[in-house]
Design a protein around this ligand. Structure first.
Ligand SMILES: Nc1ncnc2c1ncn2[C@@H]1O[C@H](COP(=O)(O)OP(=O)(O)O)[C@@H](O)[C@H]1O
Ligand SMILES: [Mg+2]
Length: 241
């Protein structure tokens, strides 16, 4: 469960209003797509949700914990995948995964089961012994995903998780997220890939210049826009106004 109330954040002493009075609720068992053009405020919102940036105003509650008052409880109950895969280059893949498993207190038995399964899912089994500095951008992205999926939190917060993934890995991730949600987990992810949002999400929020300009199921968004065909048309129409 995620609840965002009156959230605002600006940069450069108020010059750039990145997030402007955002209100949003995501229920357990829901896949929520956070959509918006470049610079809309998606990453800024997500960084506030996971405790990397402090809001100017407003509150964020995740699993009943307030990010400003109970940051550790929030962090324990989420998986976060950042926008760019900046990662410890001097570790091997498996060292990084064990480090992540240590951070999230994943028991040995769970590691022995989940690590090989996830490596297989993202075709990383063959390279997990190599130093991360030898990995391509996509391999780093996938390793971060595996690290984030090792523990099974209530809430997944993913910033553009499909970027850089090959089609098979992207499809496997979508299936993994769908399956997690059917067990009551919550997924919040940002994307500018409309097709992903259209296929995967129960509800979609469109953010534009820091403001949530539309939010609802695909059907509800269709009602809002005059061109009622594809999400692409709805998106273009709403972000033009
Ligand atoms: N560290 C920063 N300093 C100044 N401006 C920033 C910073 N980070 C983001 N911005 C600005 O805030 C706005 C929202 O950016 P961001 O949240 O990264 O959008 P998105 O993830 O939707 O592309 C943009 O105008 C961006 O240029
Ligand atoms: Mg971003």
């Amino acid at each position: 469960m995620i609840e965002i109330v009156n959230l605002s954040k600006s940069y450069r002493k108020g010059e750039v209003k990145a997030v402007d009075n955002l209100n949003l609720k995501v229920k357990a068992g829901e896949i929520f797509g956070f959509l918006g053009p470049n610079g809309a405020g998606k990453t800024t919102t997500i960084k506030m949700m996971v405790g990397l940036l402090k809001p100017d105003r407003g509150s964020i509650t995740i699993n009943g914990f307030d990010i400003s008052r109970q940051p550790l409880e929030v962090k324990k109950s989420i998986s976060y995948v950042p926008e760019s895969p900046e990662i410890y280059e001097k570790l091997t893949g498996i060292e990084y995964l064990n480090f992540m498993a240590d951070v999230y207190s994943v028991p040995g038995a769970v590691r022995r089961e989940k690590i090989p399964a996830l490596l297989d899912l993202f075709s990383l089994s063959g390279v997990v012994g190599d130093l991360i500095q030898s990995y391509s951008h996509g391999m780093r992205q996938k390793l971060i995903l595996v690290g984030a999926l090792l523990h099974e939190p209530e809430v997944y917060i993913l910033d553009e998780p499909m970027v850089g993934l090959d089609p098979r890995s992207a499809n496997n991730l979508k299936n993994y997220l769908r399956e997690s949600c059917s067990r009551g987990k919550t997924v919040f992810f940002s994307t500018h890939i409309l097709e992903v949002a259209e296929r995967l999400c129960h509800r979609i929020g469109i953010i534009h210049k820091g403001r949530l300009i539309a939010c609802g199921t695909l059907e509800e968004l269709r009602e809002l826009a005059e061109s009622k065909e594809t999400l692409e048309n709805i998106f273009l129409e709403l972000t033009e106004k």
